[in-house]
Design a protein around this ligand. Structure first.
Ligand code: NDP
Length: 452
């Protein structure tokens, strides 16, 4: 049978675009791609990219204060949200155009439409057009989840935060994960009074306890009002704002409520049930190591599969899929030892096991140091950074590295290479320090802080 396409990709985000580009550009497949929203997906349009630009914007007041301590005469100016937002929108337009050019150059046919699956070899666009295809790749990502509480419509999610008409004076951030913690810091840096409510005992669950405690303390020291062990019962509109009624019996009023209580795979209404595909508990598409579903012609990559919800992971999964299916190079992506950074202020970079997870696995040594870094110490600030290595007693391998510091994301990327290569503590020790830096502490910690 001849098909209209060799591959039809549903979703123009990080995973889908990479798979389409490689399948078409590198391997000569005839590829169609449907995207119902803007090209680039969550990362480019409503995630990593605009978020990081907001992180940069929010860091200037601290930089100005430091500049003053270093002898510069500077006066604080006001932050003009509209100026920033206009530039941000222009940058996203530029990036979206770049994505479209990349796809076009690679020979991918883009359909600006929602697509659903009709059968294992057929997709239908919202326009009514139908295409036959040898393979289908679902790369539809995820979508913010907001719990069903009274007044939930008064809250916004990370989807809307980049388009605010004006910055609020008082913001409530609900959740304790990546997005909640990052936006609590961003808004705080931009001069908004921020309260963060999280149902668990400490924000950033899943990360190393000492590292997340360090981040939480630093956030509080910067003025973020973190309430753990509490949740929001309901939201009510008042004449002057949004009232949040809290499980601990208190109430507080805000101008903006941001819910960052996780994301769910975008699988609803795609036609997956009709294919006979059984979805996972959160609606994710189960796939094997080659991103193949139980229907042999249908594959899925990225957040929609609920493996690790990070852009670079989706990109690797998409690339591996294209190499496997169209390049005759069976390739899997190894989901172990994926480093990540939380762009709080200060940042947290992490790779490998937390102290808690490693301890449960085998006997370990913990090397950790917390100190005031040169740059901010000179400016009279109390900020501390944390450098931490988890080492296996038996193999001496470094099982985990956790950094809380300015630019921790940059540092952890490099540490991840060594750890990925199986570096031992002695390999770290043999590596000469780069002085004076914060990261040199990673190769100069000689005595374990504790053994577990
Ligand atoms: P996370 O899973 O990181 O955090 C969700 C938070 O919401 C948790 O604190 C969770 O609490 C809480 N929560 C979940 N359900 C409820 C509920 N019903 N009521 C109250 N609280 C609830 O999700 P995010 O939305 O922050 O981010 C989604 C994913 O996107 C991340 O997991 C990450 O993979 C990715 N991401 C990565 C970034 C980066 O690399 N820097 C930045 C942003 C996102 P509990 O802990 O108790 O479950």
């Amino acid at each position: 049978m001849t098909f209209d396409y060799d591959l039809f990709v549903i979703g123009g985000g990080s995973g889908g675009v990479r798979a389409a580009r490689v399948a078409s550009g590198d391997w000569g497949a005839r590829v169609g791609l449907a995207e119902e929203s803007r090209m680039g997906g969550t990362c480019v349009i409503r995630g990593c990219v605009p978020k990081k630009l907001m992180v940069f914007a929010s860091a200037f007041p601290e930089a100005i204060a430091e500049a003053r301590a270093y002898g510069w005469s500077v006066t604080d100016g006001a932050f003009d949200w509209t100026v920033f937002r206009t530039r941000l929108e222009a940058e996203l337009d530029r990036l979206e155009a770049a994505y479209r050019t990349t796809l076009k150059t690679a020979g991918v046919i883009v359909h600006d439409s929602r697509a659903t699956i009709v059968d294992p070899h057929r997709v239908r666009l919202a326009t009514g057009e139908e295409f036959t295809t040898r393979h289908i790749l679902v790369a539809t990502g995820g979508w913010p989840f907001v719990p069903d509480i009274p007044g939930k419509d008064l809250a916004i999610t990370s989807n809307e935060i980049f388009h605010l008409p004006a910055l609020p004076k008082r913001a409530l951030v609900v959740g304790g994960g990546y997005i909640a913690s990052e936006f609590a810091c961003i808004l705080n840096g931009l001069g908004v009074a921020v309260s963060q409510y999280y149902r668990g005992a400490q924000i950033l669950r899943g990360f190393d306890d000492e590292a997340r405690g360090h981040v939480a303390n630093a956030m509080q020291a910067r003025g973020i009002d973190i309430h753990c062990g509490t949740d929001i019962l309901r939201l009510e509109q008042t004449a002057t704002g949004i009232r949040a009624v809290v499980t601990d019996g208190t109430e507080a009023e805000f101008d903006l409520v941001l819910y960052a209580t996780g994301r769910r795979p975008n699988t609803a209404g795609l036609g997956l049930e009709a294919l006979g595909l059984e979805l996972g508990r959160s609606g994710e598409i189960p796939v094997d190591a080659y991103s193949q579903t139980a229907v042999p012609s249908v594959f899925a990559v990225g957040d929609v599969t609920g493996r690790i919800n990070l852009t670079p992971v989706a990109i690797r999964e998409g690339h591996a899929f294209a190499d496997t299916v169209f390049g005759a190079k069976p390739t899997t992506f190894d989901h172990e030892l994926v480093a990540s950074a939380v762009f709080t202020q200060p940042e947290m970079g992490s790779v490998g096991l937390s102290e808690e997870a490693a301890k449960a696995q085998e006997p370990i040594e913990i090397y950790a140091t917390s100190f005031r870094p040169m740059k901010t110490l000179f400016a009279g600030k109390q900020d501390r950074v944390l450098m931490k290595l988890i080492v296996a007693q038996a193999s001496r391998k470094v099982l985990g590295c956790h950094i809380v510091a300015p630019e921790a994301g940059e540092m952890i990327q490099l540490a991840a290479i060594a750890i990925r290569m199986g570096a031992t503590k002695e390999d770290f020790d043999r590596t000469c320090a780069v002085h004076p830096t914060m990261a040199e502490e990673l190769v100069t910690m000689r005595k374990p802080a504790r053994i577990a």
